[in-house]
Ligand binder design. Structure first.
Ligand SMILES: NC(=O)c1ccc[n+]([C@@H]2O[C@H](COP(=O)([O-])OP(=O)(O)OC[C@H]3O[C@@H](n4cnc5c(N)ncnc54)[C@H](O)[C@@H]3O)[C@@H](O)[C@H]2O)c1
Length: 356
C-alpha cells in the first residue's frame, strides 16, 4: 500500500466491506452447475492448447526493388491512385486529401459520420473545384460498424475500380481521470480508434488483393460484387499502402490532461500497424503509422483548453502546436514512391515534443 500524504485527494474507491464471493462459496445449485460446466470448458480449452497447430506468416518472396525515381516530382507522386480516407471530413483529413490531390491522386473516397454537415460539404466541394481532374466522393460511414465499413470499401472499389491506399484518420478524444472513466467510455474510445482500424484494414487488404482485372470483385467477370466476400488467396496481389493515425499519446503520457483510454487506444494502433506490416508485406501492402503531436484542430480548441494549450506549446522545443498541413506531407511520402521501403514504421510529427 502506498502511503498517501495529506496533500493527495482521497481516492475514488468504495471500500470493500463484503468478503469477495468465490466460486466455491456459491450456494445455489444452478449457479454451481453452471460454474462447474464453465470450469470444465476452461479446462478443455486449456488442454486443447497442446493439440493445436498454429498458422505461420508468409513473408515476401518477390524481392525485386523498384527502379530509382526518375525525377524529383515522381519520387513523391501518387498519380492515378485511389485512396480512402476515414474520418475523411475532419481537419487533418482535409489537409491530407488536399496534399494527395496536389501530388496527383486520381480518386478519393472520404468516409465520415458527418459528411452531411455544412462544413463537411463545403470542404468536399472545395476539393472538387480545385482538382477538377480527380474524382472526389464522400460517403457517410461509421467506422465502428463492421457492415458499414465493408459496404463502403466495396462501393469505393466498384466506383473507382480499385483501392490503392487507406488512411485511417477517424478518431474521438476523451479526457478523464482513469478512476472516473466508465467502462462504456473506455470501450467507445477503443472502438472508435483501435478496433475500427482492424475492420477497415481487413476490408482494405481484401480489396488490395484484387486481380488486375479491376472489375471490383477480383473474379474478373466484369461485374462488381454487391457484398464483400473472402478473396481467393491465389488472386494476384497488386499491393497497396495503409497509413494509420496513432498519436504522440501512444508514446508518452500527455500532460496536463489525463486520458488513459485514448492513449491506450493509440498504443494499440501502433502495435496493430507493426502486426499488419509483418503479415501483409507479401501481398505488396505496406503498413505504417503517423503519430501527430498537438495539432491545432477542433480536438484541441475552445476557451476551456487555453491553459492546456499554453502548456503543450511551452513543453515543446518548437514552442507551438502543429497544423494539419504539417502532418499531410508525411502521409504523402508514405503513400508515394519515396515510401517504397518504409514498412512497419511510426513517424512522430510533433515539433520535437516527444524528446521531453
Ligand atoms: N488534433 C490532434 O492534436 C491530434 C493529435 C494526434 C492524433 N490525432 C488523430 O488524428 C485524427 C484526426 O484528428 P483531427 O484533429 O483531424 O480531428 P477531427 O475531429 O477534425 O477529425 C476526426 C474525424 O473523425 C470522424 N469520426 C469520428 N468518429 C467516427 C466514426 N465512428 N466513423 C467515421 N468517422 C468518425 C469525425 O467526424 C471527424 O471528422 C484522429 O484519429 C486523432 O485522434 C489528432
Amino acid at each position: 500500500m502506498c502511503p498517501r500524504g495529506p496533500w493527495l485527494p482521497a481516492p475514488h474507491i468504495t471500500p470493500i466491506e463484503e468478503p469477495p464471493v468465490t466460486v466455491a462459496m456459491s450456494s445455489s445449485s444452478s449457479s454451481s452447475s453452471s460454474s462447474s460446466s464453465a470450469t470444465a470448458a476452461a479446462a478443455a480449452e486449456r488442454s486443447a492448447l497442446t493439440q493445436r497447430s498454429i498458422p505461420f506468416m508468409t513473408l515476401a518472396t518477390d524481392t525485386t526493388p523498384p527502379a530509382p525515381a526518375p525525377d524529383a516530382a515522381s519520387r513523391f507522386a501518387v498519380a492515378g491512385r485511389v485512396a480512402i480516407l476515414t474520418g475523411g471530413t475532419g481537419a487533418i483529413a482535409a489537409a491530407v486529401a488536399r496534399a494527395l490531390l496536389q501530388h496527383g491522386l486520381g480518386a478519393l473516397m472520404l468516409l465520415d459520420v458527418r459528411v452531411d454537415a455544412a462544413e463537411a460539404r463545403a470542404g468536399v466541394d472545395a476539393l472538387r473545384r480545385d482538382f477538377p481532374g480527380a474524382r472526389v466522393a464522400a460517403r457517410a460511414a461509421d467506422v465502428t460498424d463492421e457492415a458499414d465499413v465493408a459496404a463502403a470499401v466495396a462501393e469505393t472499389a466498384a466506383l473507382f475500380g480499385s483501392v490503392d491506399a487507406l488512411v485511417c484518420l477517424a478518431g474521438v478524444v476523451g479526457c478523464a481521470h482513469a478512476l472516473d472513466t466508465p467502462v462504456a467510455q473506455w470501450r467507445r474510445v477503443m472502438d472508435a480508434v483501435a478496433r475500427q482500424m482492424v475492420r477497415q484494414n481487413a476490408e482494405a487488404e481484401a480489396e488490395a488483393d484484387l486481380d488486375e482485372n479491376r472489375d471490383g470483385d477480383g473474379d474478373g467477370d466484369g461485374h462488381p460484387r454487391s457484398r464483400p466476400r473472402p478473396r481467393p488467396r491465389q488472386a494476384r496481389p497488386r499491393g497497396g499502402r495503409i497509413v494509420l493515425t496513432a498519436s504522440i499519446s501512444a508514446h508518452r503520457v500527455n500532460y496536463p490532461q489525463p486520458q488513459a483510454a485514448y492513449n491506450a487506444s493509440k498504443a494499440a494502433v501502433v502495435a496493430l500497424k507493426s502486426c499488419l506490416a509483418a503479415e501483409w508485406a507479401h501481398h505488396g501492402i505496406l503498413v505504417n503509422s503517423v503519430s501527430p503531436g498537438y495539432v491545432d484542430t477542433v480536438l484541441n480548441a475552445g476557451d476551456g483548453l487555453a491553459e492546456a494549450r499554453q502548456s503543450w506549446a511551452a513543453r515543446n522545443p518548437s514552442g507551438r502546436m502543429g497544423t494539419p498541413d504539417e502532418v499531410a506531407g508525411v502521409v504523402v511520402m508514405l503513400l508515394s514512391r519515396a515510401g517504397s521501403y518504409v514498412n512497419g514504421a511510426d513517424i512522430i510529427v510533433d515539433g520535437g515534443g516527444a524528446v521531453f
